[in-house]
Structures are given as C-alpha cells and as structure tokens.
Design a protein around this ligand. Sequence first.
Ligand SMILES: Cc1cc2nc3c(=O)[nH]c(=O)nc-3n(C[C@H](O)[C@H](O)[C@H](O)COP(=O)(O)O)c2cc1C
Length: 327
Amino acid sequence: MPKNIKLIPLDRRPPAPPAADRSQVDLSVNLAGMEMKNPIVVASGTFGFGHEYGEFYDLSELGGICAKGLTLHRREGNPGPRIAETPMGILNSVGLQNPGVDYFIEHELPFLRQYDVKVIANISGNTPEEYGVMCEKLSAAGVDMIEVNISCPNVKAGGLAYGTRPELAAEVTEVAKGHAGSTPVMVKLSPNVTDITEIAKAVEGAGADALSLINTLRGMRIDVNTRRPILKMNTGGLSGPAVLPVAVRMVWEVANAVKVPILGMGGVAKGADAAQMLLAGATAVAVGTACFDDPYAPVKVRDALAQLAADQGLARVSELTGGVRPW
Ligand SMILES: Cc1cc2nc3c(=O)[nH]c(=O)nc-3n(C[C@H](O)[C@H](O)[C@H](O)COP(=O)(O)O)c2cc1C
C-alpha cells in the first residue's frame, strides 16, 4: 500500500447516511388496466398454482401470479430428465404438464382467489380455436388477465410455431381477443426469432392489450461420456440469470416498437435486475427461475427495487419505466 494513504480507524469513520425510507415509494403499477399493488409478478411455470410458495409467505405480497401454463385438456408433459442445470440458469423441457383449463377454474382459481393478488392465466393451444375456447372459459371465470403463450419451445404442435411467424401470431391474438370479453389479453413472445419487434408489432396490430417477454431460449447440453443429451427431449429452454441481458435488450427493442405495456422477464433475480427491465421500458416484471433458488426471491426483488427507487429519490417506482438514457 502507498505510504501517503492514511486509513481512518473503523470506529472514527462518520456513520453511513441512513438509507432512504423505501416504504414511502409508491409501488403500484397499471398493466393494461390491471391495477397491481406492486410491479412484481411470478412467471408462468415457475410457481405452479401457488400452493408450495404459499407455505413460505402470504401470496398477497405479490403484485400478480401467473399460473402454470394451461391447455384445453390435461397434459402429462414430456418424459424426464426434463430439467438440467447450466452455469447461471437451467434448461427445461417440461412440455406444459398441467391439469387442463376446467380443472384450474374449478380447483385452483378458488385457492388463488383467497389472496389479494392479481391472477393471470397462461394458455397454450394446438389451434387458434383452442385458444378461443380457453379464453371464453377463463374470462367467464373472472381471471384478471389472460397471457397467451405463443412461445413454448417444448411442445411440437402450436407453441413456438405461432410465436415465430407474425401472421400466425396475429391470428392467435385476434381469436383470443375475440373470445376474452373484457379480460385483458397479454401475448407472450418468444426470443427464438431474428427480429422480435416484427412479432410484437403484428400482435399489437391484432389487438393485444399487453406483451410479455421473454420466454426461454432454446438450448442443449450433452453428456460427453454417454454422448447423450442431458434432457430426454434433446433440447430445452434456457432461463435464469444467464438470459437477463438478452431479455433486457429485447424488452428495450419491443418498447421502442409498440405502444402497449410490457411485462418484462428473463433472469430477474435482484432488485437491480427488475430496475433494468423497467428502465428498458417494462411496466411490470416477472420473476421465474430465481424462485427455484430462493422461494422468497420475488418478495426480495420487490423490496430491493423499492429501496433502489427510494435511494434515487423517486416517489413512484413507475417513474423508472422507459427511463434508460441510451448513448
Ligand atoms: C420449469 C419452467 C416451466 C415453464 N413453464 C412455462 C409455461 O407453462 N408457460 C409459459 O408461458 N412460460 C413458461 N416458462 C417460462 C417462464 O415463464 C419465463 O418466461 C422464463 O423462464 C424466463 O424467465 P426466468 O429466467 O425468470 O425464469 C417456464 C419456465 C421454466 C423454467
């Protein structure tokens, strides 16, 4: 150490200034007419229907719960192994295992309705008509929003095919909107495309009330000794911290291309990650894979985001939305 630097003994350092009071920050956001008390949603497929996490904390702490992806009829999903760890994330090929839309409405929705939290139903169909039937049922059942998944990389029919072709994405959106009554429809975009803004614009033009992004990025791992892929489906979808910069870039591109609000997700695990999503243009943020690492992650992200806003002297967290200052 250079001789001319004097260290101040710890006990004589001035105390750190008190942290700004995060409880003064207004966390409420409005996502396509859906008022949430805070901008933190949990991502579809990473929170089941909330039962397990509900044993850790009161689910009313969250802004919204995006339920596990539903199909018209129940699905067993893909054979295992269907989860593989990667540096900074996971690959999954779950393949939309779920009990079907009717079961959800009868058995799971009443459970979620006990909480003061917005309920978003996530749906996948094999045909545009299936999306329409599910929208009709879910709208009648009174969910707060319908998230139309046109981006699942782990199913053969429908799924990703709709999310990678603008005209098909628009067709599904139009049918969903036509059957959702007054329930807002949010379309979930795939990152597995060359230009995500093309799909975003097509879907907005077809009447989507909001967009959510990103779903998982297609990936693969191979066991070098057996020469077998780790996942039984060979490939899967990558999520977790590794995808955050891709997701932030895509949210930013889409926010610059459309007017509808965005639910940003992909690798959010910390308050600053959520702030990046908002600055890039998202109105609200979903936490997914981070829940597997720490069930409290969504609540911690909410509190750290509030602290970050308080430290920056903001009165409302919504002031962050679109606030990035590009060079
Ligand atoms: C195990 C698993 C299951 C998922 N299932 C669904 C699903 O049913 N529907 C859907 O739209 N997205 C599904 N996703 C994607 C997530 O909702 C989210 O878009 C993605 O994981 C990126 O966010 P994250 O990095 O915070 O997890 C799933 C993700 C994982 C890891």
